[in-house]
Ligand binder design. Structure first.
Ligand code: SF4
Ligand code: SF4
Length: 92
């Protein structure tokens, strides 16, 4: 039972001090979660604290590999709309 951080982490340091289990650490490229220490905040908080503070959609995955902050969940921009806007900008 552990969350994981993927390569889209921007090393903002926000999550590390919030972890009640001292499970988050700075890896060579990005922050990482020690699967042996992560409790998913069970018993400490109602929500995983790392995912609650993380500003990057999709950077933290649940135990099933699903993004906790899914695309559009933080920005409020529907993923399709964002993809269209990005394509338009790149075409300029
Ligand atoms: S889910 Fe909770 S225990 Fe696990 S890494 Fe995130 S803050 Fe730490
Ligand atoms: S809060 Fe998110 S982006 Fe910031 S260090 Fe943690 S996982 Fe990386």
């Amino acid at each position: 039972m552990s969350l994981s951080i993927i390569e889209s982490c921007v090393n903002c340091y926000a999550c590390e001090p919030l972890c009640p289990s001292d499970a988050i650490f700075k890896g060579e490229e990005i922050f990482l979660i020690d699967a042996k220490k992560c409790t998913e905040c069970d018993g400490d908080f109602a929500d995983p604290q790392c995912a609650s503070i993380c500003p990057i959609e999709g950077a933290i995955l649940d135990a099933a590999g699903e993004a906790i902050n899914a695309p559009g969940s933080l920005t409020g921009i529907p993923p399709l709309k964002l993809a269209e806007a990005m394509a338009e900008i790149q075409a300029r």
